[in-house]
Design a protein around this ligand. Structure first.
Ligand code: 5AD
Ligand code: SF4
Length: 480
């Protein structure tokens, strides 16, 4: 679960149903136990921390064991069909348990809430409670309604809700890295994407609350934060989309400005962000990244397709040439940065030539990493309404295998180039394979494993890279 980057960071590995296990310290309890499970993107994992915070205020303690739970909440993802299927399978399992224990409350949160509330609640009767991404403050009431014998729903999307005042309960293991959500929703309307429908309009969070959260995390021993948003480059505070300043007496804060503020919290606090949008990524963000060592040299810049025709149908708002110009800017201003991408194969009308353009763009950029998917039509999206899903599944998959094979080669070459270099690695924990090794990531976001010696999570260690596997660097600590 350590990869970072992507709009709706919905990497298939991340969708394997890995439960977010909560272990929040509680002050007063109501004797009830909550089991919370997250699917999909980093934003969902971050939202689960807000949910845990809201319910801990009500006295819920969290449990790592779903069998102990009085309330099971699943924070769901709709981005591709298989993501939804996984959640349905899990819901069926939990419902078997409910037959034995009728007071068990089962609810869904997140992106499937809005999309499937009727089906799950009324037709399939798989859940008691449905809460959309902007309705988490209402969860205590919704659970109350269910305990009173009713089904409970709130899927209202908000134009304002950012949960800025809620201190998330940190759920991630290790206490070294954390997410900070800086904005919610998305206004881009990429034609394949369901997110604008499930998460609503874009809104940015007050920068002061973001800086405060980063400072508190640092004071509590955290050494890395990832600023999260569907399109972080369009973060803006105190200015409308049309460019009108809202309060003349206060400064306007853009994403570059926000990055600088967070970078200044402490030079030992690393900052990452996810996700950038090629149409909005400006050079000033790159210049700020170059100025501060603690702004990690890793950019996830999803291209989706290398063909300008396909990009047009995808409504991405840029061409192949524009994208390559952004890549040139990154390579010029941040020569050490690693770049990763999201790629969709088999989008509506994609020809062999279009596919070859994706292949050639991947080679030209030389991505160090990519998340790759075949197109899955989503209800309500522009693509569903306007275009025929005309590429046979076998061909979508064949093209996917081709881009995956190419990416494996590019990643291998990138790792090979790292051998002999010294990287500064932030230790996150003991390696799962061996207690004698620790793991962490370098600035470029590559997981690096090296002998443990006396290193602790939170230490920065200079590591000389000696070897590598497909996704991991190996090395030894050096003094310099
Ligand atoms: N089908 C396949 N992949 C999709 N993505 C988003 N919507 C779809 C879809 N309908 C991918 C995009 C996005 C990533 C998070 O998921 O590549 O950047
Ligand atoms: Fe990302 Fe586009 Fe979906 Fe917004 S609409 S979340 S930018 S893929």
């Amino acid at each position: 679960m350590r990869e970072f980057g992507t709009d709706e960071k919905v990497i298939d590995e991340k969708l394997q149903g890995t439960a977010t296990l909560l272990n929040a310290a509680q002050e007063s309890t109501n004797g009830k136990k909550l089991y919370l499970e997250s699917y999909g993107c980093q934003m969902n994992f971050s939202d689960s921390e807000i949910v845990a915070s809201i319910l801990s205020e009500e006295g819920y303690t969290t449990t790592r064991n779903s069998e102990d739970a009085d309330v099971i909440l699943m924070n769901t993802c709709s981005i591709r069909e298989n993501a939804e299927q996984r959640v349905r399978n899990k819901l069926s399992q939990y419902n078997k348990r409910k037959k034995k224990n009728p007071s068990l409350v089962i609810g869904i949160l997140g992106c499937m809430a809005e999309r499937l509330k009727k089906d799950l609640l009324e037709q399939e009767k798989l859940v008691d409670l449905v809460a959309g991404p902007d309705a988490y403050r209402d969860l205590p009431n919704l659970i109350e309604e269910v305990n009173g014998g009713q089904k409970a729903v709130n899927v209202l999307l908000s134009r304002e809700e950012t949960y800025a005042d809620i201190a998330p309960v940190r759920l991630g293991a290790g206490g070294v890295t954390a997410f900070i959500s800086i904005m919610r929703g998305c206004d881009n309307m990429c034609s394949f994407c369901v997110v604008p429908f499930t998460r609503g309009r874009e809104r940015s969070r007050d920068p002061e609350s973001i800086v405060k959260e980063a400072q508190e995390l640092f004071d509590n021993g955290y050494r890395e934060v990832t600023l999260l948003g569907q399109n972080v480059d369009s973060y803006k505070w105190n200015i409308t989309k049309k460019g009108e300043v809202i309060d003349e007496s206060k400064p306007v804060v853009t994403f570059a400005g926000l990055m600088e503020k967070v970078a200044l919290v402490n030079p030992d606090l690393r900052i990452r962000f996810s996700t950038s949008h090629p149409k909005d990524m400006t050079d000033d963000v790159l210049h700020v990244m170059a100025k501060y060592e603690n702004l990690c040299k890793y950019i996830h810049l999803p291209v989706q397709s290398g063909s300008s025709d396909v990009l047009k149908r995808m409504n991405r708002g840029y061409t192949r040439e524009w994208y390559l110009n952004r890549i040139d800017a990154i390579k010029r201003i941040l020569p050490d940065a690693f770049i990763s991408s999201d790629i969709i194969t088999g989008f509506c009308g994609e020809t062999d030539e279009d596919h070859q353009e994706t292949i050639s763009l991947m080679k030209e950029v030389g991505y160090e990493f990519s998340y790759m998917f075949f197109y899955s039509e989503r209800p309500k999206t522009l693509a569903e309404r306007k275009f025929e899903d005309d590429i046979p599944e076998a061909l979508k998959k064949q093209r996917l295998y081709e881009v995956q094979a190419l990416q494996a080669k590019l990643s291998h070459e990138a790792n090979e180039r790292m051998v002999g270099n010294v990287c500064k690695v932030l230790v996150e924990g003991t390696s799962k394979r061996s207690d004698d090794f620790v793991y962490g990531r370098n600035s470029q976001n590559v997981t690096t494993i090296f002998p443990k010696e006396n290193f602790e999570p939170g230490d920065y260690v200079n590591v000389k890279i000696t070897d590598f596997t497909s996704a991991t660097l190996k090395g030894v600590a050096v003094k310099s």
